[in-house]
Design a protein around this ligand. Structure first.
Ligand code: AMP
Ligand code: MG
Length: 273
C-alpha cells in the first residue's frame, strides 16, 4: 500500500490516480475483509502498547470529497479499538469564536497527547480547499498557508507526533451513485444537503485545490496517501494497512516497571486477603 504515498515534491495530477484501483490486494473482497479483521486486532494491540508507553502521539488526517467515506472509514478501521485510546475531532464551518482566532488555533487544541491516537475528520487543510474554492479568503492569504501548515506539522513531528494523511479518492460518477443511494434510503436521507449539487459543479476547482495540497504538503514527516476509494472494502483495507505498518515501524514497547516488582510480590503475598 506504500505505492499510494506521495513523495515530497511530487507533482500530483489526480487523473493519474485510479479511484477503482485494487492492485494492493491481489485476492477477492472476502479475503480482503478477513485481512481487515486481522488488521483491526493488530491495531487494537498497537494502540494499547502506545498508550502504555505514553511517549508518542499519532495524528491521522482524513480529507475527501463528499460521500468518499470519511465517516465510514473511521467506523470500519477503528471498530474494535479501545475507545479510551482513540479520539475523533470533526472540523466543521468555524464558529464565531474560532473565526476570531488564527486558523490553526482550533486545530492545535485537538492535537494528540502522549499515548493518544487522534483522528481528524477534515482538518486544517480545509483552509486550502473550501476556503480557496469558495473564495472565503483572498489568494495572498491562503497561498502562504501551505508554508504555515508544513511548519506546523514539522513542529508536531519534532515534538513526537507521527502524522499520516489520507485523501480518499473517488470519482464524480461514484459520487452521483452514492448520492442517489442516499436519496433512495430513508435512513440515509439526513446526510443529503442542498449544497451537495452546487458543490459537485465545483469538482474541477476542488480537484485543482487537492492537487496543490498533495503536491506541496506531502513531506517525510507528514506524508499524504491517495487511497482509491470507489470500493469501500479496499479503501478500508488500504487505510488500515498503512496505519498498522506505520505504527509497527515505531516499534512501541510496554514500559519496564520503575520499581522493585519482587518486593511488591512479597508484600502482596503477605497480605491477609
Ligand atoms: P461535513 O463534514 O459534511 O459535516 O461538513 C462540514 C463542512 O464544514 C464542510 O462543508 C466543510 O467544507 C466545512 N468546513 C470545514 N472547515 C472549514 C473551514 N476552515 N472553513 C470553512 N468551512 C469549513
Ligand atoms: Mg457532508
Amino acid at each position: 500500500m506504500d505505492k499510494y504515498r506521495i513523495k515530497p515534491g511530487q507533482n500530483v495530477q489526480l487523473k493519474d490516480f485510479d479511484p477503482d484501483d485494487k492492485s494492493g490486494w491481489n485476492r477477492d473482497k472476502e479475503s480482503g475483509d478477513a485481512k481487515l479483521v486481522e488488521l483491526r486486532m493488530e491495531l487494537d494491540h498497537l494502540q494499547e502498547v502506545l498508550y502504555a508507553e505514553n511517549k508518542r502521539k499519532i495524528l491521522i488526517v482524513l480529507q475527501a470529497m463528499d460521500t468518499a467515506g470519511k465517516d465510514g472509514t473511521i467506523r470500519s478501521v477503528f471498530q474494535g479499538v479501545n475507545p479510551q485510546g482513540v479520539r475523533v475531532a470533526s472540523f466543521k464551518v468555524p464558529s464565531i469564536a474560532e473565526q476570531a482566532h488564527d486558523y490553526l488555533w482550533r486545530i492545535h487544541a485537538e492535537a494528540p497527547a502522549n499515548g493518544e491516537i487522534m483522528i481528524f475528520n477534515r482538518s486544517h487543510y480545509e483552509n486550502l480547499l473550501v476556503v480557496r474554492v469558495h473564495n472565503l479568503a483572498p489568494e495572498e492569504i491562503w497561498q502562504r498557508r501551505f508554508q504555515h501548515i508544513n511548519n506546523f506539522e514539522r513542529m508536531l513531528a519534532d515534538e513526537g507526533t507521527t502524522i499520516i494523511k489520507f485523501f480518499l479518492n473517488i470519482d464524480l460518477k461514484t459520487q452521483k451513485q452514492r448520492l442517489m443511494d442516499r436519496l433512495n434510503d430513508p435512513q440515509k436521507q439526513w446526510k443529503l444537503s442542498t449544497s451537495d449539487l452546487p458543490e459537485r459543479k465545483l469538482w474541477p476547482a476542488y480537484t485543482q485545490a487537492y492537487e496543490d495540497v498533495l503536491s506541496k504538503t506531502s513531506t517525510e514527516y507528514a506524508p499524504w496517501y491517495v487511497v482509491p476509494s470507489n470500493h469501500n472494502w479496499y479503501r478500508d483495507l488500504a487505510v488500515a494497512s498503512v496505519i498498522v505498518d506505520t505504527l509497527k515501524m515505531l516499534k512501541p514497547g510496554f514500559p519496564k516497571s520503575t520499581f522493585d516488582l519482587e518486593a511488591y510480590r512479597t508484600q502482596l503475598e503477605s497480605e491477609k486477603d
